[in-house]
Design a protein around this ligand. Sequence first.
Ligand SMILES: [Zn+2]
Length: 253
Amino acid sequence: MITPLYSLDEIKISIDKNTWFRAVKLYRENRVKNFKTQDFGFTALVQGTYLYTVSVNHKNFDVGYCDCYLGQRDILCKHMIAVAIYSLKQGKSLTKEEEQFTDHFEFALHPNLDINNPEQFLILKSQVRTAFKYIRAYTGPSRIWSQYQDNLAKGCAKLRLVLSNLSLNLKTVHFILNILLRLDKKLSYGGVDDSNGIVGGFIEQVVSALSDISSSHREIIQAFKKLLNQRTNFGWEKQLVNIYNEHKHKNEA
Ligand SMILES: [Zn+2]
């Protein structure tokens, strides 16, 4: 039986916000018609400005075809995403949570990854490895610069998804801080061209989430100690170092 091997989350971390919401709109307004399952995946007609013929591979939603302007240039378009959504939801409405496109960092209310579980830790490490593949030095010509920025965004989105689903404890926070320091190193010495502030912005988001959550999870503050003698790119560690120092002070008093 042909079923999609991708998920809504995987779609969301692979495309930009605008494409996602345009595709959701097409789906919600029942513009995906004549949906059919084939040997290779799914086909449908999508009513946009014109009626487009669209196909999507069931293993990989970005492999497929659309006869719109973008699709003909082999660029993943909103019509293909709309068909991918249909293949997952079969016409049922998307929930609010499913529709949401997160580009800020927040720890999940119901985390599904536990760093202390060896199996889940392996999954976690492999997901982080995959994300880091997108965050590499810029070596290409200027014409692929925007594609390079897209890759940085994809890498950060993948990290965002996996880190936000970690159940919070001291070990988790150590792990997260190591990732931030690793990203910071990439900005300093790794040749990453973060002119658009995508990676830097992501670091700031995580720092601010850690800072917020540390007021209700005091036990994680101890982990901030590792930042004491770090000099980072734009001084992002200071906020957490301050929290650590204050906490230490209070406990000593
Ligand atoms: Zn298209």
